[in-house]
Design a protein around this ligand. Structure first.
Ligand code: BES
Ligand code: ZN
Ligand code: MG
Length: 499
């Protein structure tokens, strides 16, 4: 369910709403929670629900109260946990719980009360956490449900802030972050028959057209001329032609350029090194890195930061077919390196390698971040609650980690020791595309490092965080999470030249 979120400093009495969301911490009552402006009858209802332990304010808890005649006729209590543990992320999660409840309701118009308790979660920015969490939590992916949908298309949300706890910009920004992450989720959730490289390019073009960004695609013919043997080697197994997509945001006063590169494998069967069948359907999500780039570019166009940003997506399918790449094939990368393909399922690093070296040569970015569902090993190492990271630049890595913490898209750095790189030395060529069973996420990143040179770079392996993330209330239980979008927005918002 989509939410149309707006901000108001007027009192509750001026709003025509059916339901009012109020956030309550543990061990609280209406007075301690800053809800004194509610009608007496409503305060009584809430306080007796707390007293009788029907509602306890714990994270994830909620209670709907029917108020009878008094307006609004419904109160939705949502727990925010312990007061001293409240921060941007816990508040965002509580708002996510509220958003999930809204998306399953028939409501058309809902108010959300901001109270001084919430301002302990980042001061004026608490309005951002609330709108972001609501919009993320309310997301559902129903495009392929044929049952006639009589529900309203969206719910009107009024963020009520009579005491100026937050401000209109924070609320708007939170909504933009969530809408952009939701866009990435929908791209990720769309099945492979409707999301091939051409379709992904169309979606990128659509964003560029409507948001005023420059758009460019390199087709296979041009890639051949340029010598992008790694990208072409992967895409040759599919009848859907591969694409190398560029989305460019420019600011007239920008002094620096940031490149964002996202893996866009719209379906990964493994190729000739075919994957087992059991969960192969999930490999429609192998373009979630690219979805993060598209979602971020959508947000960037509206934020207009003083920084040039180039979004790059190598897009291809990885299929076995009569013309598919074979294990043992040796291809020549755009940067001239000869690469032995020992496993056609290690395709992400191949397409990213060509995209990275071309982007760095053409656009000379001051920093590069790539995002990719690169290795199953990353899911083994970190599960679903941190993306793996590898970097050649301490300061950029620290900034990405901070943005990860701030946004909730948490990352965990892995050691970039040179010894790991030895595992990638080729028998016949310069490099091989797999490093064997140990340290699979690190060797995947190490492979990419051959294509970035000295440019400050962070690689994010989002294999475990891009879909099916449980226990985070603003994420859907199944499907794409939109990971990376909010992290990149935070990284970009605070951008300043690297030392
Ligand atoms: N898309 C996969 C990685 C993946 C697997 C992500 C499972 C999420 C869940 C990637 O293209 C791949 O297949 N990588 C191989 C690399 C290996 C052959 C070195 C892998 O992880 O098995
Ligand atoms: Zn893949
Ligand atoms: Mg693969």
């Amino acid at each position: 369910m989509d939410l149309k979120i707006s901000y108001s400093t007027k009192g509750l009495e001026n709003e025509a709403i059916e339901s009012l969301i109020v956030f309550l911490p543990e061990k609280s009552d209406t007075r301690a929670a800053g809800l004194s402006s509610l009608a007496e009858t409503q305060k009584k209802l809430i306080n007796s629900a707390i007293k009788e332990e029907i509602f306890n304010g714990k994270t994830g808890s909620s209670l709907c109260l029917i108020t009878g005649s008094s307006k609004p006729s419904q109160l939705l209590l949502v727990g925010i946990g312990k007061r001293d543990e409240l921060n941007a992320e816990t508040l965002r999660r509580a708002a996510g719980t509220a958003g999930k409840l809204l998306s399953g309701s028939k409501l058309k118009s809902v108010g959300v009360m901001l109270t001084n308790v919430l301002s302990t979660a980042g001061g004026k920015e608490c309005g951002q956490s609330v709108s972001e969490g609501l919009q993320l939590g309310a997301y559902d992916f129903k495009s392929y449900k044929s049952s006639v949908n009589k529900d309203p298309k969206y719910i009107k949300i009024r963020i009520l802030d009579k005491d100026s706890i937050s401000n209109s910009n924070a609320v708007k920004h939170g909504a933009l972050r969530a809408v952009s992450a939701n866009l990435a989720r929908t791209l990720g959730n769309t099945p492979g028959n409707d999301m091939n490289p051409g379709k992904l390019a169309d979606e990128a073009k659509k964003i560029c057209k409507s948001e005023g960004l420059e758009f460019k695609v390199l087709e296979e013919k041009e890639m051949k001329k340029l010598g992008m043997g790694m990208l072409l080697g992967v895409s040759q197994g599919s009848v859907s032609p591969g694409k190398l997509i560029f989305m460019e945001y420019k600011h007239p006063e920008a002094e620096e350029t940031l490149a964002l590169v996202g893996k866009g494998v719209t379906f990964d069967s493994g190729g000739i090194s075919l994957k087992p069948g059991k969960t192969m359907d999930e490999m429609k999500f192998d373009m979630c890195g690219s979805a993060a780039v598209l979602g971020t570019m959508n947000a960037v166009a509206q934020m207009r930061p003083k920084l040039n940003i180039i979004g790059v997506v190598p897009a291809t399918e990885n299929l076995p077919g009569g013309n598919a790449q074979r294990p043992g094939d040796i291809v020549t990368a755009y940067n001239g390196k000869k690469v032995e393909i020992l496993n056609t399922d290690a395709e992400g690093r191949l397409i990213l390698g060509d995209a990275l070296s071309y982007t760095i040569e053409q656009y000379k970015p001051d920093a590069v971040v790539d995002l990719a569902t690169l290795t199953g090993a990353c899911v083994v190492a970190l599960g679903n609650h941190a993306s793996g990271a590898l970097s050649n630049h301490k300061e950029l890595m620290e900034r990405v980690s901070l943005a990860g913490e701030k946004s909730g898209d948490r990352v965990w750095e892995l050691p970039n020791f040179p010894e790991y790189g030895e595992l990638l030395k080729g028998k016949y060529g310069d490099l091989q595309n797999i490093g064997g069973p140990s340290a699979g996420t690190i060797t995947g990143g190490k492979f990419l490092e051959h294509f970035v040179g000295d440019t400050p770079w962070v690689h994010l392996d989002i294999a475990g965080t891009a879909w099916n993330v449980k226990y985070v209330d603003y994420h859907p239980a199944t499907g794409a999470t939109g990971v990376g979008v909010r992290l990149l927005i935070d990284l970009i918002s605070e951008w300043r030249p690297l030392n």
